[in-house]
Design a protein around this ligand. Structure first.
Ligand code: NAD
Length: 362
């Protein structure tokens, strides 16, 4: 196959980690007989510096002309909150998700076997394993609802944020969750606050309808407060978790942290039509940018998700994930995940070893 991938290298460590992921994509493509063409897309603080805005005109069109988008990270203190919105990198992130119609955010939280001791959870809990997929609704709910702030007569200022969800918005992300569960261990846990919120009651009714349709998938409702507890008590019980935007924002960070390092965790944002957007969950880490210290694994695993979900190439995705596990098992660690006595390697060396593990795998 021939794949066309848009590269948004971005700011800070973004270009460094994307470089290593590109090397890995090339290695896996060569092994499996694919060709890959890359299209560089300027977005983020670097775009503000180059052309005056973080989301230059034509960014979404360039991405739409590709099969998938790989993003490093955008942002940094240079383009802080004091800058006008069109110069801020965060504006570009929200805009690209909206313009590409990326309504489902997939964040796997997995404790890689060689990293079991990095989890802050109790040893016996971590040893039971963590391998869950958080599916977060990304373009609706309270983050996109009507907001207001006004003066009252007797209570000072008052502010309001509206949380709204339609059946259509719930159903499309719900279907994604059930379909993912079929590819994994066959269980969906839908997270809501149906004992309080009307949006949650609608969410639950749509999920129940879908669970009848996907009767081969095990289904449960979990209240969001209980879910937050269960993620630290026994995350191994979860396979696919699906939830609305704000609950997902909070729970996906919690689920990430129980696995140890943000330098290891990938993500995908997908919609109904190509291209999906693949990116590490971490930011641009300006504190270590340009020092060959960044962990490239989260971006490399994002490339694995790209093969799995955008290209439907599970063997290629498996090859990348196995290579990462092999290199970690051999003991190589970037500084963020190293303990005293570990062999510490830089960004480029970690990338090189993973490429080599792909090339030498049978
Ligand atoms: P961050 O994730 O960039 O960094 C947090 C800490 O983790 C830092 O100490 C950093 O050195 C470390 N870290 C992050 N990724 C690492 C990696 N791959 N290897 C080794 N260490 C790593 O979060 P932050 O400091 O809150 O944000 C920095 C900038 O990134 C901000 O401008 C923020 O807006 C932006 N940001 C962008 C995205 C994105 O592009 N999707 C996401 C989050 C934050």
């Amino acid at each position: 196959m021939n794949y066309k991938i848009a590269l948004i290298r971005g700011d800070g460590i973004g270009p460094e980690v994307v470089n290593e992921a590109v090397g890995v994509i090339d290695a896996v493509a060569a092994k499996f007989g694919h060709t890959v063409e890359y299209v560089d897309v300027l977005m983020g603080g670097c775009a503000t510096d180059a052309v005056g805005v973080s989301y230059p005109e034509g960014t979404a069109e360039k991405c739409r002309a590709c099969d998938a988008v790989l993003l490093g990270a955008v942002g940094g203190p240079k383009w802080g909150p004091d800058k006008p919105a069109q110069q801020r990198p965060e504006t570009a992130l929200l805009a690209i998700r909206k313009d590409l119609g990326l309504y489902a955010n997939l964040r796997p939280a997995m404790l890689r076997p060689a990293m079991a001791d990095a989890s802050p959870l109790r040893k016996e809990t971590a040893e039971r394993g963590i391998d869950l997929m958080m599916v977060r609704e990304l373009t609706g709910g309270i983050y996109f609802g009507k907001r207001d702030k006004y003066q009252t007569e007797d209570r000072g200022m008052e502010a309001t944020d509206l949380m709204a969800y339609s059946e259509k918005e719930i159903e499309r992300v719900g279907r994604r969750a059930f379909e993912l569960a079929r590819l994994r261990r066959g269980k969906v846990s839908s997270v809501d606050k149906a004992n309080v919120l009307e949006t949650s009651r609608l969410w639950r009714s749509v999920m129940h309808r879908l669970s009848e349709e996907y009767s081969d998938v095990e289904y449960e409702d979990v209240l969001v407060d209980n879910c937050a507890m269960q993620i630290v008590r026994d995350p191994g019980q979860f396979d696919v978790l699906v939830t609305e935007n704000m609950f997902g924002d909070i729970l996906s960070d919690e689920a990430s942290m129980v696995t140890g390092s943000i330098g290891l965790l990938p993500s995908a944002s997908i919609g109904d039509s190509a291209p999906g957007l693949y990116e590490p969950i971490h930011g641009s880490a300006p504190d270590i940018a340009g020092q060959d210290k960044a962990n490239p694994i989260a971006t490399i695993l994002s490339a694995a998700m790209m093969f799995r979900y955008s290209f439907q190439k599970a063997a290629e995705a498996d090859a990348i994930e196995r290579a990462v596990d092999a290199v970690l098992a051999q003991g190589a660690r970037t500084p963020d995940i190293a303990k005293p006595g570990d062999e510490v390697v830089g960004t480029r060396e970690m990338g090189r070893r993973i490429r080599e593990a792909i090339e030498s795998a049978k």
